[in-house]
Design a protein around this ligand. Structure first.
Ligand SMILES: C[S@@+](CC[C@H](N)C(=O)[O-])C[C@H]1O[C@@H](n2cnc3c(N)ncnc32)[C@H](O)[C@@H]1O
Length: 336
């Protein structure tokens, strides 16, 4: 049995993931595009990890052309031993220029299923589409320069797909980031919630709150390009052209403080300190840009601070919809 896990990340962030793994005491192997192999990694849910194939086995590239029934048997061996409904999750680097790579993996997956249908129609009949939600086990596949990695796990161990659906009325694609943050937190805005949106223009995040009936103060020198008010029912918005780094709202604790201001980790640390230490918002979502060079080193002080000073639920993650940025999410009760 293999002892290698394949950790997936956004392409370009392999070295950040390696640095993060080393910090946790793991010994990452040589990374490839969008993944890092590692033996016995400690912990889960780091900032840069987007998925994981646990105890993954690898089929060498030569054995994929052409794919034989024997190769298919090997890949499905973890599944064919049992009789539960199962599905396939094929991981590909999610960037446009790697579309060809995605097409190849799609072809390999189709071939595998065709070979299985011939060799073992009963097992093939238990295959479910990934969206059906009925599968109990998952065959995870990842195609890398080293070959085709595969691993079987139970459905609950695979993170859901965080690809959000765009709302045609939303003024910007940033909308997808805040929608993904809601899903990851499992916490959604309610009608009447008081929200402060720092760096709000053109208004994707503000719109996500307005359409749920929230009262939003949107701070930005830029212009909001919100759709007509009919698109957001009973929500209300106040636009202030102020500096979000220093803005002080009136009134009591906010339901949400969210920030998407093009700020560096150092500035984000200052902002979070101010908001967390005052206990001034029930929930905080703060997006920040990360530098090209050594992104993990740049966010380490922030992570250290958050771990020490936050007694609330905390998630720091490079979201599926984040690019050269990460998002801090803080919510739940302060248990101090
Ligand atoms: C990535 S955009 C925000 C997109 C927005 N969340 C959306 O969903 O449409 C960043 C915004 O931050 C604003 N910004 C940058 N620094 C700021 C500051 N110190 N105070 C207020 N806004 C700031 C910029 O004007 C810009 O509109």
């Amino acid at each position: 049995m293999s002892e290698t896990d394949i950790l997936l990340c956004r392409p370009g962030f392999e070295s950040a993931l390696c640095a993060e793994l080393r910090e946790s005491g793991a010994m990452p192997g040589t990374p490839g595009l969008g993944y890092v192999p590692v033996e016995h990694p400690a912990g889960r849910d780091g900032v840069f990890e987007s998925g994981r194939l646990v105890k993954a086995e690898c089929i060498q590239p030569d054995a994929l052309k052409p794919m034989t029934a024997e190769t298919a048997r090997q890949v499905f061996s973890g599944i064919v031993a049992r009789s539960k409904p199962w599905t396939i999750r094929a991981w590909t680097p999610e960037v446009v220029k790697h579309e060809e790579h995605a097409r190849r993996l799609k072809g390999i997956t189709a071939n595998l299923l065709r070979l299985l249908a011939k060799a073992d129609p009963l097992r093939a009949a238990l295959h479910r589409e990934p969206e059906s939600g009925k599968a109990e086990q998952v065959l995870q596949l990842a195609l890398t320069g080293q070959g085709l990695w595969y691993a079987v796990c139970s459905a609950g161990q695979v993170p859901p797909a965080f690809r959000m659906k765009m709302d045609s009325q939303a003024p910007s694609r940033s909308y997808l980031k805040i929608e993904e943050a809601f899903v990851r937190m499992g916490d959604y805005p309610k009608a009447g919630d008081r929200v402060l949106d720092l760096g709000a223009a053109p208004g994707g995040w503000t719109y996500a709150f307005l359409k749920r009936g929230c009262r939003v103060t949107a701070v930005d020198h830029g212009t909001l390009k919100l759709p007509p008010a009919t698109a957001w029912k009973q929500g209300r918005v106040t636009h202030l052209r102020e500096n979000g780094l220093t803005y002080e709202p009136q009134g009591g604790r906010l339901d949400w403080m969210v920030s998407d201001m093009l700020i560096a980790p150092g500035e984000a640390l200052g902002l979070l300190r101010r908001w967390l230490e005052g206990g001034r918002a029930h929930r905080i979502v703060c997006n920040m840009k990360i530098p090209q060079r050594e992104p993990y080193a740049a966010i380490r002080p922030l992570l250290q601070y958050l771990k020490k000073h936050t007694h609330r639920r905390l998630l720091v993650k490079q979201l599926y919809h984040d690019r050269r940025e990460i998002t801090v999410m803080v919510w739940g009760k302060d248990e101090r």
